[in-house]
Design a protein. Structure first.
Length: 121
């Protein structure tokens, strides 16, 4: 039998507000199952900055955290890069599906534990 872990309601609201504020998205668009990459679309340098800020604010160790499992590269900036991404999307499977979901609830658990619990998946 798997034990479901309850999180602190105050920490839940604090984390939801933190994510919304730091990633500049409407508060109503963030909930416990919101994925930073898949739902909000944060990636590249913005994702790295967010993870560093999260780590500092909530005293979470990033030892063993594999950034590339959860976030894509920086968004394309030049016209050539945009066409490369469009070409890749047309001729490959969905780009975002290769990244694991890192959800707000995962941030809460990391804040409670002081580190990310890395799964083998």
């Amino acid at each position: 039998m798997t034990r479901v872990r309850q999180s602190n309601p105050e920490l839940e609201q604090l984390m939801i507000r933190f994510v919304a504020d730091e990633l500049r998205c409407p508060l109503k668009c963030v909930n416990l199952s919101t994925s930073l990459f898949h739902d909000i679309g944060v990636n590249g340098d913005d994702a790295a900055d967010f993870v560093d800020c999260f780590s500092d604010r909530f005293n979470v160790s990033l030892d063993g955290f594999e950034f590339d499992r959860y976030f894509g590269p920086e968004r394309p900036g030049t016209l050539v890069e945009i066409f490369q991404v469009m070409f890749a999307k047309i001729f490959t499977s969905r780009r975002r599906s290769k990244f694991q979901r890192l959800e707000v609830i995962d941030l809460i658990r990391a804040a409670e534990d002081g580190r990310f619990m890395i799964s083998a998946n």
